[in-house]
Write a protein that binds this ligand. Structure first.
Ligand code: KIV
Length: 272
């Protein structure tokens, strides 16, 4: 699609059911994002994403959307401590998680890692620009590439990681000038989030799109209001339960069984 200049749609999601519906909707790429740490597990930071949980949801998303390209986000510290650990964990995403691509937050210094993963047969998406896993150092998720020097750094990162073998690039929270500068020097598809309209693909967190997030980031415009829909459905259930009017089907005893029960109770009463 990128080669034909057809924009492609990508969403971060976290479970098989949502993935099934998003595949039916024609979303082209699903990301098992480490944002699950906040969205699903209720942590404040994406660095709290557990590795086993990440592998598990990747496999769940693939089961829900078997015909969609699935990208797995490598959690904080699952690829930093050593090349060997990174290889082992990336292998888990490919084999246990059934991922098509692994994504890792990186700058040009991670070129060696991307090269080694690529040579081993792991397709890599390099996530540049704002890198939420470094929030503890930067003091929060900050936009990248807003000065000339920062912009040049993001472009260097993207180019170095592509040269190292990355099959996809993802750039987060940068001005459109930075996106355009990356596009000028790279050839692989570029996915953007908060990076303007020029990227080949666009990604958002599905909860932001569905209106489930209390304070979505500035670049994430909801297209549905599922938060209120869930709240209203919950209220309706509370009302139905309180009125003993829960709706839905019920079970009946098999033919003749109610009579047998009555007879047996009557006999027990006589014998008492
Ligand atoms: O985990 C995530 O949600 C991400 C975004 C870039 C979509 O990495």
């Amino acid at each position: 699609m990128a080669a034909k200049s057809e924009p492609f749609a990508c969403l971060a999601c976290y479970d098989a059911t949502t993935a099934r519906w998003l595949e039916r909707a024609g979303v082209h790429v699903l990301l098992a994002g480490d944002s699950a740490a906040q969205v699903v597990l209720g942590y404040e930071r994406s660095i709290d994403m557990p590795m086993d949980f990440a592998v598990e949801i990747t496999a769940a998303i693939k089961r829900g959307a078997p015909n969609t390209l699935i990208m797995a986000d490598m959690p904080f510290m699952s690829y930093h401590a050593s090349l060997d650990l990174a290889m082992t964990n990336a292998g888990r995403f490919m084999v246990q998680g059934n991922a098509d691509v692994v994504k890792l937050e990186a700058d040009e210094t991670a070129a060696g890692l991307v090269d080694r993963l690529t040579r081993a047969g792991v397709p890599v998406c390099a996530h540049v620009g704002c890198k939420p896993q470094t929030s503890s150092v930067t003091g929060g998720p900050v936009a990248a590439g807003r000065t000339k020097e920062q912009l040049e750094q993001v472009v260097r990162d993207a180019k170095a990681l592509e040269d190292a073998g990355a099959v996809l690039l993802l750039v987060e929270a940068v001005p459109a000038e930075a996106t355009r500068a990356i596009l000028e020097v790279t050839n692989v598809p570029l996915i953007g989030i908060g990076a303007g309209q020029d990227c080949h693909g666009q990604v958002l967190v599905v909860n932001d799109l569905l209106g489930l997030t209390d304070h979505p980031p500035r670049f994430a415009e909801p297209v549905a209001d599922l938060g209120n829909a869930i709240m209203n459905a919950g209220r309706e259930w509370v009302t139905r339960v309180s009125k003993r009017s829960i709706g839905g089907g019920s079970y009946s005893m098999r033919p003749g069984e109610a009579e047998r029960l009555d007879e047996s109770r009557a006999r027990d009463g006589q014998n008492a």
